[in-house]
Design a protein around this ligand. Structure first.
Ligand SMILES: Cc1cc2nc3c(=O)[nH]c(=O)nc-3n(C[C@H](O)[C@H](O)[C@H](O)COP(=O)(O)OP(=O)(O)OC[C@H]3O[C@@H](n4cnc5c(N)ncnc54)[C@H](O)[C@@H]3O)c2cc1C
Length: 392
């Protein structure tokens, strides 16, 4: 197994980094990363990424791609992530829903959405979770009733993160209402215009200041051709999209800014007349961060390699997701220990070390072990899907 890049891929990486040196600012990186809402600067950056040939390389030519290896997208994701943890600006469409549209959508749907996704023009919000259906997604109650040429949708979603700025809602709703049928065989996926009449979006602000949303549907009419793939197969498509999310979003490269910031900090900060970088305990903590990051990278490369080669993935994306998200928590916890009491100061305080970034990461670090499936459920998946153990 060879994980190294080809000469062409290396050249792409070099050209990309030259572009990012000029075009990517911390403000743009944070617009998406912190879910503040992708503003005009991030949309403009997205357009430039496409125009300069950095978006859409692995996608089919007929939808505007170049049909090259998916490795190009992984390079893009990693190199962005190393700079303030940046994401592809409109990444839900680009790294999650787009792949499912390509695999499962009708030809009309592919022609309508894929070119815009590839050009970095549109964004989606994920509409899975409900107040009584998080880990147990199959219990969702949002109802889509079939009418003449549309579905009538009613119900509530919660924690739908991008909805306040996304163009479309990637919505899972119940289309089989017979309670005797298995729950997971009664769900379908829809692409809904996020500004449709009858949709209300209310903010939920997390402890790190990131915004997510409650989304209410009140007699929302969705044309039939906006159903993705086959009726009642949505649960399986959701699981495919979540695997893709795990491989593209839980990326070890996004943790490098924490380590790099901490290395600069300990080299420049004195305590009791000595540089922190001279302290063997601090050296040991930083060394452990690098060891863990390198291990996470190998796991991520392995899961990506399986995806690139269209080999079966049972537990690999789940393992990477678990390791990366739990590593983020350990890393920022250690970083907070090194910063001491000043580490708790927020961005904006003149005494906050590293501009309050570690404090922000610390508060943020609770999300990754919850979003896209909790660690507890992830371990169940590994035991059952990966090891073939019985479902409890
Ligand atoms: C900031 C944030 C952003 C999010 N963004 C989105 C989004 O954009 N779109 C979207 O659809 N969802 C989103 N989510 C929702 C997220 O996917 C759910 O929170 C997650 O799946 C857990 O569901 P729950 O919150 O209902 O917790 P529950 O499922 O109620 O779980 C509560 C606790 O019980 C544990 N538990 C549950 N079942 C089991 C089991 N079988 N075995 C062992 N332990 C179990 C869980 O691990 C957890 O600790 C987001 C969540 C957060 C916090």
């Amino acid at each position: 197994m060879d994980f190294s890049y080809t000469q062409e891929e290396e050249m792409f990486r070099k050209r990309l980094n030259e572009f990012l040196d000029k075009e990517l600012t911390e403000e743009i990186a944070r617009q998406n990363w912190e879910d503040l809402g992708v503003g005009p600067e991030a949309r403009e950056f997205s357009r430039k990424l496409y125009e300069n040939g950095f978006l859409g390389l692995p996608w089919p030519k007929e939808y505007g791609g170049q049909e090259l290896s998916p490795t190009y997208d992984f390079i893009l994701i990693d190199e962005l992530g190393k700079r303030w943890g940046a994401h592809v600006p409109l990444d839900v469409g680009y790294t999650m829903t787009g792949h499912t549209i390509l695999r499962r959508g009708s030809e009309e749907m592919k022609k309508e959405f894929l070119p815009k996704i590839i050009r970095g023009e549109i964004e989606f919000g994920l509409g899975y979770t409900e107040p009584n259906a998080g880990s147990d997604l199959a219990s969702m109650m949002m109802k889509a009733e079939e009418k003449d040429d549309y579905y009538l949708i009613n119900g509530q979603k919660t924690f739908n993160t991008e909805s306040h700025y996304a163009d479309y809602h990637w919505l899972a709703a119940r289309t089989e209402l017979d309670p005797d049928k298995p729950k997971h065989r009664g769900i379908s996926l829809f692409i809904v215009d996020q500004r449709s009449p009858g949709i209300t979006i209310r903010p939920l602000i997390t402890m790190s200041g990131e915004r997510t949303n409650e989304v209410f549907y009140d007699d929302v009419k969705v044309p039939k051709d906006r159903m993705v793939g086959e009726k009642n197969k949505g649960f399986y498509y959701m699981m495919e999209a979540i695997d893709s999310e795990r491989n593209h979003v839980f990326v070890p490269a996004r943790l490098w800014p924490i380590v790099n910031d901490m290395i600069s900090y300990v080299k420049a900060t004195e305590y009791n007349g000595k540089l922190l970088s001279d302290d063997p305990q601090i050296q040991s903590k930083l060394a452990q961060m690098i060891i863990d990051l390198e291990v996470a990278q190998v796991l991520a490369d392995n899961a990506r390699w399986l995806e690139l080669n269209e080999l079966p993935m049972t537990m690999e994306p789940e393992i990477t997701k678990l390791v990366v998200s739990e590593l983020e928590q350990r890393m920022v916890d250690d970083a907070m220990q090194i910063l001491g009491l000043y580490g708790q100061l927020e961005e904006g305080s003149k005494w906050a070390p590293l501009r309050g970034r570690i404090e922000w990461y610390y508060l943020h670090s609770f999300l990754p072990t919850i979003g896209a499936g909790t660690s507890e459920v992830g371990r169940n998946v590994i035991a059952q899907r990966g090891l073939g153990l019985p479902r409890g």
